[in-house]
Each structure stands twice: as C-alpha cells, then as structure tokens.
Design a protein around this ligand. Structure first.
Ligand code: MN
Length: 229
C-alpha cells in the first residue's frame, strides 16, 4: 500500500424535492441583510457594499443530528433562505441574476457567536466563527420552476417548538438579484454554488439537545437536532 494514498473526496450534496441530488460546489453567505438583525447585532445599516463570507462545501447538512461544535460555548442559529445556483458567471446585471437560480431551500447558518465576537474585536477573519464542520444547514431544494419568493413570503425559525425568528423576505436590505449580482462581481458563479441570504432578528443560542426547525412558506422545512450531552 502506498502510505500516501488518500480516499477519493466525497461530493457533498443537498437533496432536491424531485429525488435528485444537488452537488454543492461552494457556499457563500451574506452578513447583515435584515435591518432588525443589524440593529440587534449593533451594526450599521449603511455599510456598503454587502459583507460576504464563505463556508466549505462539506459543512453542509440537510437534517438529522448535529454534534455540538468544538471550541464554543455560544453556538447560535440563524434561519435563512438559501439559493442554489445552476450557473451565473461573472458581472451579472441584477435583471439577469434570477436566471442563475436552480432552486430554493430553508437553511440555517450556524455560528460560533463567541468566536465571531472575538474576531470582530480583533478585526480578524470570521472563518473559525462561521466555516466549521456542519455549520451550513440546507433543507431539501425546491426547483425555481415550482417556487418563487414573494414580498410576503415568511421565514420562521423555532427552537424546541418555540418561535424565535419570523420575518417576511421583503425585509431584506439587499434583494436576491442584488446579492447575486454583487457576488458575481467578486466570483465567477457556477452550478453547485449555494448562497445564504441573511437572517432576520431573533438569533439565539442552540443548546445540546435542542430541536431547530426553519420554515419558509412553500419550501420543505429544515429540521435538525443538536446532539445531547
Ligand atoms: Mn447568517
């Protein structure tokens, strides 16, 4: 045996409503995209351009049990609408951006809030706060031919059956076309890319044993549990 032999990489996937798998290429996330969440985090609404960060593709999970992550005492949930791309390329104008969308899903951007606070204080990168193992919850994807977001489409997150987040998508500061157009000015967008579109107010701690459910009107809910002690 070659001592340096490695196992072939495992392709992370998200299930699609019609039974197919969506192979995940990259995961992009926008920070600070609902005014009420910006207010609760003490940010500035007028920060431009939008803040983006990334997670590795294999941080994705679609339900089940999630181990409480290492190195944190303050794991937080952030319920979000997730966009799955089928292409896009670079420098997309906003009026062409929606054509790059394959489908939509309910998602959860898990965050080590204590490490994020440290990073902000030290003006350091957010990677350890955001890009850890099993940090990107993405429920079953509904193809764009079957579902489109509307101004009054509602996003809800509940923890142990208790509602914690509830907002309509029209509260987004940057709209979906604006998010995708901005991202395509930084990266050549391709099939398999996922985009987390930001979270409304109400983020809070996910503790060991908690059950989290993220629901977006008309999409498959994302349900998962944080492993117990
Ligand atoms: Mn987020």
């Amino acid at each position: 045996m070659n001592a340096f032999a490695v196992a072939p990489p495992v392709q992370p996937v998200v299930p699609v409503r019609d039974g197919r798998d969506f192979p995940v290429r990259r995961i992009f996330c926008i920070g600070r995209n609902y005014a009420d969440h910006v207010a609760e985090m003490g940010g500035d609404l007028k920060t431009t351009p939008p803040t983006f960060f990334t997670k590795p593709a294999d941080a994705v999970f679609s339900g089940g049990v999630v181990a409480y992550p290492l190195a944190t005492n303050d794991l937080h949930f952030e319920g979000e609408l997730v966009v799955a791309l089928k292409g896009g390329g670079q420098m997309l104008p906003p009026d062409k951006a929606m054509d790059a969308i394959f489908g939509f899903a309910a998602g959860c951007d898990l965050t080590r809030r204590d490490l994020q606070a440290q990073a902000k204080q030290q003006r350091g990168p957010w990677d350890v706060a955001k890009a850890f193992d099993m940090s990107a919850g993405v429920g079953e994807i509904t193809p764009a031919s079957q579902w489109q977001p509307m101004e009054q489409t509602r996003l809800r997150l509940s923890c142990n059956g208790e509602e914690r987040q509830n907002a309509v998508l029209s509260q987004m500061i940057w709209s979906l076309p604006e998010i995708i157009a901005n991202l395509s000015g930084l990266f050549a967008l391709k099939a398999g890319d996922l985009v987390f579109t930001g979270t409304p107010a109400g983020v809070g701690p996910a503790k060991q044993g908690d059950t989290i459910s993220v629901e977006v009107d008309g999409l498959c809910p994302l349900k998962f549990q944080i492993a117990g002690e």
